[in-house]
Design a protein. Sequence first.
Length: 345
Amino acid sequence: MRPDETLAPIRENDAPGAAAEPARPTPPPQHYGLLYGTSVPMRELYQQIEKVAPTALTVLVVGESGTGKELVARTLHEKSPREAGPFIPVNCGAIPAALIEGELFGHEKGSFTGAIQQHAGYFERAAGGTIFLDEITEMALEMQIKLLRVLETSTFHRVGGTEQLSTDVRVIAATNRDPQVAVQEGRFREDLLYRLAVFPLRVPPLRERPADIDQLAQRFLDQLNATEKTRKRFARSALDGLRQYHWPGNVRELKNAVHRAFILGDDEVEVQNPEPAPRNRRVVRREGSLELAVGIPLPDAQRELILATLAHFGGDKRQTASTLGISLKTLYNRLDTYKHGSGDS
């Protein structure tokens, strides 16, 4: 740990107690690794990271979208004995189920059509370092079984290969879901959860650490000034307004709000309380993708996903149901509800 990152004891207030010769209290750290904030929830998180980082334990990071789970994982890596090794992030929800095994464990030449050469997977490339499995609860169940075996044995096979390879990596996983709920819903294996959550870390949402909003906003503004070679400053009332907003998108939303205000402002930056996305932009369909605004009701999100997937497969209901992981009967029932309820579009 660097001298400027010595962690101060957590107290409800930092005023020194009565003493014959009161000593000046150690100020809380402005940041720890890649994480910023002096609030009690963040200082508690720093101390947990400080305890577990030097170990080889598997860590599960749980937190809402936009709270900085990858920054927690990178800080864990930087504070560990593996700091000099690679840090490889993997978004488990972004890799198609048919490809994720080859991406994680590699494949041999000729193991499938298009495999023109041997390919080293993430576990091989992360040797001596850390692999960060983000959105772990989105991983297909059959892949979860294979991952569990790797965690238990520290060995794996490339796709299409027979050679048993050893792995020397630290695994950090993350999810923005409640992992226990994912287990109850049958989306996530309980035994894998227990194996990953040897040391769970919860990243607090921004609404639980309002004392950090000023510091974070100023940091984002300073970064923009340095990049653009400007000297913009917040208007006097700007930070007051930021503290009054609940930030459902957390630190990521705050950063985007400051960036937008920076672009619009001249010498002074005035950040208005963010407003919900305009209704006509709450849903954006593109070829092969769907963008939903934060805060859209869950039934509306499900409806848009079903209709977009159906359109993607040219109206093939069987393929749509299979891809979404629902029965054909359920799909027909949903479509019938949309037709006679809110209408089809």
